[in-house]
Design a protein around this ligand. Structure first.
Ligand code: ADP
Ligand code: MG
Length: 251
């Protein structure tokens, strides 16, 4: 493929766009013609029940799983189709998962600095800035095991944001946390994300989380996106009875 012949509407292009992504395992479609966009400065939630294909979609965008069809664009530039493929480490994507495993043998500062390039002073400045933002400056020289689960989660967020990723992919990042902590951490995470120039695709099976955090919701079921829109619109105009039932646990 001639990769210079790409749509060049970069000024208006969304930060992330996936088009008609398809992925089958053993001839079973798991991601079925999925298209969505994420704008810079916004959070799009990929919301749906367990097993509907959310994580596979994220893995395809991250470049650790390969689609059978469809394209991925960043700022209007093709980064992956079935022929051309920018490797995962060159996609400028930050990742955060439920199991956000920090490096146990590295200090908080070294965990956050891990993916950073530049001089020592530059790295130190970025680490200090982010630890201040997540209110963990006092733990800069501590080790992960000395921190609570919620604090470790915030270090993981700082680490993912440190290299200024163009896109943040977050897969159920709060599901390992205590219920009492979750709302506070969701709000803190949101304000930190909005402060950075990134576009967030957040996967969750909890409607409440999507309602709280999303600018846009893409509702997924059986490998397909069945509805997309602003949270209020998706919630108040459910596409079918199953969507009503799915949203019924939101207060
Ligand atoms: P979700 O994140 O929405 O819970 P997943 O994307 O993890 O869903 O999985 C969707 C479906 O694809 C599940 O039925 C899962 O078992 C299956 N699946 C995921 N990865 C693989 C794989 N590497 N090989 C075979 N089946 C897989
Ligand atoms: Mg999953």
């Amino acid at each position: 493929m001639n990769t210079s012949a790409q749509p060049l509407h970069t000024e208006t292009a969304p930060r992330l766009e996936i088009r008609n992504i398809h992925c089958s395992f053993d001839d079973r479609p798991v991601v079925d013609n999925v298209s969505l966009t994420v704008q810079a400065g916004q959070v799009t939630c990929l919301l749906g029940p367990s097993g509907c294909g959310k994580s596979t979609t994220l893995r395809i965008i991250a470049g650790v799983e390969m689609q059978d069809a469809g394209e991925i664009y960043v700022d209007g530039k093709l980064i992956c189709d079935t022929v051309y493929r920018v490797p995962p480490e060159r996609r400028e994507i930050g990742l955060m998962f439920q199991d956000f495993a920090l490096f146990p043998h590295l200090s908080v500062a070294d965990n956050v600095a891990f993916g950073l390039k530049g001089t020592r002073a530059e790295k130190r400045a970025r680490v200090t800035e982010l630890l201040e933002k997540v209110s963990l400056s006092q733990y800069i020289d501590e080790f992960p095991h000395q921190l609570s689960g919620g604090e470790q989660q915030r270090v993981a967020l700082a680490r993912a944001l440190a290299p200024r990723p163009r896109i943040m992919l977050m897969d159920e990042p709060f599901s390992g946390l205590d219920n009492r902590l979750r709302d506070g951490i969701r709000d803190e995470t949101l304000s930190l994300l909005k402060d950075e120039d990134t576009a967030v695709l957040l996967v969750t099976h909890e409607p409440e989380e999507a309602m709280r955090m999303a600018d846009q919701i893409a509702l997924m079921r059986g490998g397909r996106i069945i509805q997309q829109g602003a949270p209020y619109n998706v919630y108040t105009n459910p596409v079918d009875r199953a969507a009503v039932a799915f949203f019924s646990d939101v207060n």
